[in-house]
Write a new protein. Structure first.
Ligand code: IPM
Ligand code: MN
Length: 357
């Protein structure tokens, strides 16, 4: 197949890790007989510097017409004035919103080769395989934001419509049915009106369309605890925007590093957006030591969800497994022993991909 992939490297380590994802995609294309073309576009802090806009209109336009969008990360200390009118993150939020990407899939899986490297006990993390669905275009991220003129009062509104809840819960439930058949919905219904709506609508969806699933609701504070005490109990988890943001960062300690976690953001139509869940890591940017696996695994998700190339996606995921089983490590997962740089890690994955039978 032919596919057009928009690459948005962004800031910090974004360009370094995205370059490796691109090389892996090129290797997958040549191995499986596809043709991918790549276009680079600015987003985030560098786009503010060069164009005064974290999401320049030509970038958005290119994303709309691409088959898939791969993004590195956005942000950095030089743009980190919380009072600033324009922030790098606004580019990412606008992109998600403009493309209608309401479902953010974040797989949290432990690798057997790395269970000793997790800050948590091996018995807890071994066998973790969670697919997180974070609602991405609503909730408190997109509700009314207000600061009074004297600056003494502010509010950010968390708002959900039943339609927004229904569509994300439906996707999560459908995924659970294809997996181990368990769905967990996270809310704060003991306090928040918006969560009571979330809980009611989620229950409706499950009762009406997915009564075959094992279904539970968990309060977000309790979920924060369960995630690090009994993570293997969860299969598919669905939550609103901010709860999902927080819980998936917490979840990243299970595999042992943020550098391993990929994500896919999907809407009902149009291209998906694929990005590592990690940030720009300004402290290590430009040093060639960042872990490219989250970006590479995001590229695999792009093949799976936007290009209908399941076999190719699995081949890349297997290659990553093989490389980790072989003991090849970037510094974030090396636990003090020898490690390779960003490019060598990319090359190791490519070699394993090409030599796979
Ligand atoms: C993420 C990030 C973003 C978010 C920021 C950069 C706006 O933390 O993708 O999880 O909060 O959604
Ligand atoms: Mn986050």
């Amino acid at each position: 197949m032919e596919a057009r992939i928009a690459l948005l490297p962004g800031d910090g380590i974004g360009p370094e890790v995205l370059q490796e994802a691109r090389r892996v995609l090129e290797a997958a294309a040549s191995r499986f007989g596809h043709s991918f073309t790549f276009e680079l576009h600015p987003v985030g802090g560098n786009a503010i510097d060069d164009y005064g806009d974290p999401l320049p209109p030509p970038t958005l336009e290119a994303c709309r017409t691409a088959d898939a969008v791969l993004l590195g990360a956005v942000g950095g200390p030089q743009w980190d004035d919380p009072e600033a009118k324009i922030r790098p993150e606004m580019g990412l939020l606008a992109l998600r919103k403009e493309l209608g990407l309401y479902a953010n899939l974040r797989p949290i899986k432990s690798y057997e080769a790395l269970v000793h490297g997790s800050p948590l006990k091996k018995e807890i993390v071994s066998g973790v395989d969670i697919l997180f669905f974070r609602e991405l275009t609503g909730g408190i991220y997109f509700g009314e934001q207000y600061t009074s003129s004297d600056g003494s009062l502010a509010r950010s509104v968390m708002e959900y419509s039943s339609k927004e809840v229904r569509r994300i819960v439906r996707l999560a439930a459908a995924a659970a049915r294809e997996r181990r058949g368990k769905l967990t919905s996270v809310d704060k219904a003991n306090v928040l009106e918006v969560s009571r709506l979330w809980r009611r609508v989620a229950a409706e969806v499950v009762t009406e369309e997915f009564s075959d699933l094992e279904y539970e609701v968990v309060l977000v504070d309790a979920m924060a605890m369960h995630l690090v005490t009994r993570p293997t109990d969860f299969d598919v988890v669905v939550s609103g925007n901010m709860f999902g943001d927080i819980l998936t960062d917490e979840g990243s300690v299970l595999p042992g590093s943020m550098g391993l976690l990929a994500s896919a953001s999907l809407g009902d139509k149009g291209p998906g957006l694929y990005e590592p869940i990690h940030g720009t890591a300004p402290d290590i940017a430009g040093r060639g030591i960042a872990n490219p696996l989250a970006a590479i695994l995001s590229a695999a998700m792009a093949m799976r969800h936007s290009l209908a190339l399941e076999k190719e996606a699995e081949a890349v995921e297997n290659a990553v497994n093989t490389v980790l089983d072989a003991g090849i490590r970037t510094i974030d997962i090396a636990a003090g022993s020898t490690h390779v740089g960003t490019v060598d890690m990319g090359s190791a994955v490519i070699e394993s991909l090409i030599n796979q039978r």
